[in-house]
Design a protein around this ligand. Structure first.
Ligand code: HEC
Ligand code: HEC
Length: 374
């Protein structure tokens, strides 16, 4: 274990030598998505290191949003396992979001994305939506491409990644490549270092709690929608900016009566079948330590609140999944369940492998630009 730590520290030290002559070593190290010594839930995905590095820079670049106020990292912050600590997400200038920002940890392994699962092909579609949606980054892809071409470092980085000159397809592909490297590392669960309380909690999770019937597999999700009766978040309807973003979304998704509905219909928006109303994709249970508040609309601030919710048999909804029943947990059982959930959180993502630390997103002024060739 200490060996692992020692190697980690050595790496940090070396990265801070960036200005010295060790550039090649450092470049190699910072291009390595995860150290071989890290314990990860799945073997790391195959990635192209130069493309990952490009994706990492793009992820932190505010020039990917229309008015240059937001980058992906404004909402997906590395220190919060790529969430933002808010119940409901921020959004583009003049708007506010109606959903909680999901973690990006292990999201390269998902089958479907977004709380309602409306994107199910690949991460590329998700990235396109994040960049172009009016209430998210509100960016025109053609303008984005022009901006990227004006940055000499991007010109170099696209070429190094084997993608020719900066293009918007290449940018999406690189962002996707970067996200594939965002993996849980060294959780007590994976490292075989769970406390006795966590082990007791695991038995409740798999037994009496019946949690593992939906939270399955290495990411603890079946990637499917279920109705658990999570209460509405009233802020979506009382805040005009959130409401207008919601209306934009509901209208685009073909919801009748979109001006008047006062609930998030979840997966219904893609099936249009009544029995799927208010069902949401099972989220991963990894990295919960960093990702409060919880649920698609952030209505629960703590894991204690989430466990009380399940102990009561979930919320009130005529379409609620029949697996949710009152559990009758005693306080020590609740504490054990929480200890188990906490054992699924690993090391911070606020490390050089995941963060572009240089604030180099401004253009240099071109003297005498009229007479300077492109
Ligand atoms: C203004 C805040 C904001 C910005 C900026 C933003 N996101 Fe998101 N992201 C969200 C929210 C909110 C959701 C969930 C939306 C939903 O369920 O409808 C989301 C969902 C996602 C998902 C799906 C995760 C999952 O497990 O379902 C991915 C992947 C993602 N974003 C990547 C990105 C990338 C890459 C960028 C930059 C190009 C970006 N996001 C910019 C707020 C943001
Ligand atoms: C019927 C399927 C199902 C069962 C059984 C179930 N869950 Fe969930 N769980 C979900 C869904 C779906 C959500 C997301 C609901 C939403 O966003 O509105 C969720 C959300 C959560 C969250 C919040 C995660 C986050 O990032 O927001 C936690 C924690 C959680 N469940 C733990 C448990 C525990 C512990 C149990 C057992 C006591 C359990 N779940 C049983 C389907 C289930």
């Amino acid at each position: 274990m200490w060996m692992m730590k020692a190697i980690g520290q050595c790496r940090v030290k070396e990265e801070s030598l960036k200005n010295l002559a060790t550039l090649t070593v450092v470049a190699w190290l910072s291009l390595t998505p995860a150290l071989a010594q890290d314990v990860t839930p799945e073997p790391p995905l195959d990635v192209n290191a130069a493309k990952v590095e490009l994706g990492k820079r793009l992820f932190y670049d505010v020039r990917l949003s229309g008015d240059t106020t937001l980058s992906c990292a404004s909402c997906h912050q590395p220190e919060n396992a790529f969430t933002d600590g808010e119940a409901l997400s921020a959004a583009y200038t003049g708007a506010a979001h109606f959903r909680n920002t999901p973690t990006l940890a292990n999201s390269g392994f998902r089958d479907a994305w977004m709380h309602d699962g409306r994107l199910g092909t690949n991460l590329n579609d998700v990235v396109r939506e994040m960049i172009t949606e009016t209430y998210l980054m509100n960016m025109d892809m053609r303008v984005m491409q022009e901006r990227l071409k004006q940055d000499p470092l991007y010109v170099e980085m696209f070429a190094a990644a084997g993608m020719g000159e900066p293009s918007n397809g290449g940018a999406r592909s690189a962002l996707m490549e970067f996200m594939k490297t965002i993996q849980s590392r060294n959780t007590p669960f994976d490292a075989g270092a769970m406390s006795a309380a966590a082990r007791r909690g695991q038995a409740i999770f798999e037994g009496k709690g019946n949690c593992s019937s939906c939270h399955t597999g290495t990411r603890f999700t079946d990637d499917r929608p279920h109705n658990t009766g999570v209460p509405n978040n009233p802020d979506i309807w009382s805040d005009p900016e959130r409401h207008s973003a919601f209306v934009t979304y509901a209208k685009f998704m073909g919801i009748e009566n979109y001006m008047n509905i006062r609930e998030d219909l979840g997966a219904y928006i893609r099936t249009h079948r009544d029995e799927t109303k208010r069902s949401f994709l099972t989220p991963t249970l990894r990295e919960l330590k960093w990702t409060a508040p919880y649920m698609h609309n952030g209505v629960f601030a703590t894991l204690e609140e989430v466990i009380d919710f399940y102990d009561a048999g979930g919320g009130e909804d005529s379409l609620k999944d029949s697996r949710l029943r009152p559990l009758g947990l005693i306080p020590s059982e609740k504490a054990d369940l929480i200890a188990f959930l906490e054992s699924l959180s690993g090391d911070t993502f606020d490390i050089d492998a995941y963060v572009w630390r240089n604030d180099d997103f401004d253009y240099e002024l071109i003297e005498d630009w009229r007479n300077t060739e492109n």
